[in-house]
Design a protein around this ligand. Structure first.
Ligand code: BGP
Length: 474
C-alpha cells in the first residue's frame, strides 16, 4: 500500500489547557475543578488548591507558548488542538461579563498558531468546569449549566470566529458516566449518584452541545463543529452469543453520545434502557428541536481496546477512564493500557459505517516514563523508539482506514509536548515529542528538549506519511 496520506490531511498535536498552561490564578482566572484534583482520578477533590497539584503550574505553557508553538511549527504541524480554560473567560462561570485578560491570552495564542499557518482546533470544555459551578450548582447535574455554557460559547464564537475554524464541544463527552466530577463537575460522589441523575446530566451536556452547534452555524458559517468521543472498541471476549451481546450493550453506552450528536435524537436502545431502569429524562419542550442541530464531523480519542464479557467474574483491567476485560492477545503500556493499533482502523471503519461523517483522530499516543540522556553530539534527548513504534503502527492503521474509504480529516498526537496526566496528575507519564524538564516533586528547569520522535514526526508530516513503515514492509 502506498503510505502517502491524502493532500490537505491535517497533521498535528493536541493538549488541554488544564494539563499544560499552569498560571492557575493569573490574570483573573478562577479556580477550575482541576485545581482541586491533585491526584487526578486516584483520590477525591481537595477543598482548595494544594502545593502537590502539578496542574497549578503545569509546564508553564501560559508563559512559554511562543517557544512551544515555534517547536510545533518546526515539526510542520498543520493543526494544533488545545482547549480554552473556561475559568479564564468566566472565572466563576456564572457572571455577566467575561474576563478581558483571559480572552486576550487565547487571541495571542491563536495568532501565534496562525502566524505559522497552523489551524487551531479548539475544545470548548476539556475537563475544566469552573469550580464555582461545580460547588454551587453541582455541575452538569443542573440544567442551569446549559445557560452558562451557551453564554461562554457565544462569547468564544464572537471573539474568535475569525481565527478558529474547527471546534469541539466537550472532550470525551461519554466519560461523564464514569468520572462525573472530572468530566462534568458533579460534586456528588459517584457511588451516591443515581443513574437517573447521571443520564439527566448527559442530557444537559447533549443539549448544550447541540446549542453550541446551532450558535456556531449561525455566527460562523465557515466553522465546523465536532463532537468528541472517548472511543474504546469492545471486542467480545469469546464468540459466545452472551459475550457478543454484553459487548454490544457496553458499546451502546458509548455509542449513545455519538448517535445523538449525529442523528439528532435518542436511539431506541437507550430509550429501552431508560424504560427498563426506571430512568425518566426531564426534557424542556424545545430540547427535541435543539438536538436536531447535528455535528459536522466526529472526533475521538483512541488509546486502546478492551474485551466485553457476560461473566461477572471477569475483572476489568486499567484503561483510559473506562476500563474493560483485558485482551489475552495484546501487550500493555507501562500504565497497563493495552496496545492495539488495528483497533484504530476498526474504530474508524465502525464510526464511518455508523455516521457517514468526516472523522478526526484528535488523541492518540503512548504515555511512558521517558529518560533524558545525552546523544552523540552531547545534546540532551530521549531515545523514545517505543513511542515511534507505537505512533507508526497506529498511523499505518489510519492509512488502512483511508484505503477502506473512510474520510479522515486529520490526526493530532496527544500530549505533543509533555504535560500533566489527566487520570493520575503525574508528569512522569509523558506523551510528547518534546521533553519538559519537570518532575512530580516540582523540581526541574522547565527547559524543553527534542526527543528522537520529534524529527521522526517532522518527517512523517514532511513526506505526508510516506516514511511510515507498514508491517508488510518491515
Ligand atoms: C484522555 C483525555 C486527555 C488525556 C489522555 C491521556 O482521556 O482527554 O486529557 O490526558 O486521555 O490520559 P492520561 O493523561 O490519563 O494518560
Amino acid at each position: 500500500m502506498d503510505m502517502r496520506f491524502p493532500d490537505g490531511f491535517l497533521w498535528g498535536g493536541a493538549v488541554a489547557a488544564n494539563q499544560c498552561e499552569g498560571a492557575y490564578n493569573e490574570d483573573g482566572k478562577g479556580l477550575s475543578i482541576q485545581d482541586v484534583l491533585p491526584h487526578g482520578l486516584k483520590s477525591p477533590p481537595t477543598e482548595g488548591p494544594t502545593p502537590d497539584n502539578m496542574k497549578l503550574t503545569g509546564i508553564d505553557f501560559y508563559h512559554r507558548y511562543k517557544e512551544d508553538v515555534k517547536l510545533f511549527a518546526e515539526m510542520g504541524f498543520k493543526v494544533f488542538r488545545t482547549s480554552i480554560a473556561w475559568g479564564r473567560i468566566f472565572p466563576n462561570g456564572d457572571e455577566e461579563t467575561p474576563n478581558e485578560k483571559g480572552l486576550q491570552f487565547y487571541d495571542d495564542l491563536f495568532d501565534e498558531c496562525l502566524k505559522y499557518g497552523m489551524e487551531p482546533l479548539v475544545t470548548i470544555s476539556h475537563y475544566e468546569t469552573p469550580f464555582h459551578l461545580a460547588r454551587k450548582y453541582n455541575g452538569w447535574a443542573s440544567r442551569k449549566m446549559v445557560g452558562f455554557y451557551e453564554k461562554y460559547v457565544s462569547t468564544l464564537f464572537s471573539r474568535y470566529g475569525g481565527k478558529v475554524k474547527y471546534w469541539l464541544t466537550f472532550n470525551e463527552i461519554n466519560s461523564v458516566l464514569h468520572s462525573p466530577f472530572m468530566s462534568g463537575g458533579i460534586c456528588t460522589p459517584k457511588d451516591e449518584l443515581s443513574e437517573q441523575e447521571l443520564y439527566q446530566a448527559c442530557h444537559h451536556e447533549l443539549v448544550a452541545s447541540a446549542l453550541a452547534v446551532k450558535l456556531a452555524h449561525e455566527m460562523m458559517p465557515q466553522a465546523q463543529v465536532g463532537c468528541m468521543i472517548l472511543s474504546m472498541p469492545i471486542y467480545p471476549l469469546t464468540p459466545a452469543p452472551d459475550d457478543v451481546i454484553a459487548s454490544m450493550e457496553a458499546d451502546h453506552k458509548n455509542d449513545f453520545f455519538g448517535d445523538v450528536h449525529v442523528r439528532g435524537e435518542y436511539p431506541g436502545y437507550m430509550l429501552r434502557y431508560f424504560r427498563e431502569h426506571d430512568i425518566h429524562i426531564h426534557m424542556e419542550p424545545e430540547d427535541k428541536e435543539i438536538l436536531k442541530n447535528t455535528v459536522d464531523f466526529v472526533s475521538f480519542s483512541y488509546y486502546m481496546s478492551v474485551c466485553g464479557s457476560a461473566d461477572p467474574n471477569q475483572k476489568a483491567g486499567p484503561g483510559n477512564i473506562i476500563g474493560g476485560v483485558p485482551n489475552p492477545h495484546l501487550k500493555a503500556s507501562e500504565w497497563g493500557w493495552q496496545i492495539d493499533p488495528q483497533g484504530l482502523r476498526y474504530t474508524l471503519n465502525r464510526f464511518y459505517d455508523r455516521y457517514q461523517k468526516p472523522l478526526f483522530v484528535v488523541e492518540n499516543g503512548l504515555g511512558a516514563a521517558d529518560r533524558l540522556v545525552r546523544d552523540e553530539e552531547g545534546s540532551l534527548t530521549v531515545e523514545d523508539d517505543y513511542r515511534i513504534q507505537y505512533l507508526n503502527d497506529h498511523l499505518v492503521q489510519v492509512r488502512e482506514a483511508i484505503e477502506d474509504g473512510v474520510p479522515v480529516m486529520g490526526y493530532t498526537a496527544w500530549g505533543c509536548i509533555d504535560l500533566v496526566s489527566a487520570s493520575s496528575a503525574e508528569l512522569k507519564k509523558r506523551y510528547g515529542f518534546i521533553y519538559v524538564d519537570r518532575n512530580d516533586d516540582g523540581t526541574g528547569s522547565l527547559a524543553r528538549y527534542k526527543k528522537r520522535s520529534f524529527s521522526w514526526y517532522q518527517e512523517v508530516i514532511r513526506t505526508n506519511g510516506e516514511n511510515l513503515v507498514s508491517p508488510e514492509n518491515s
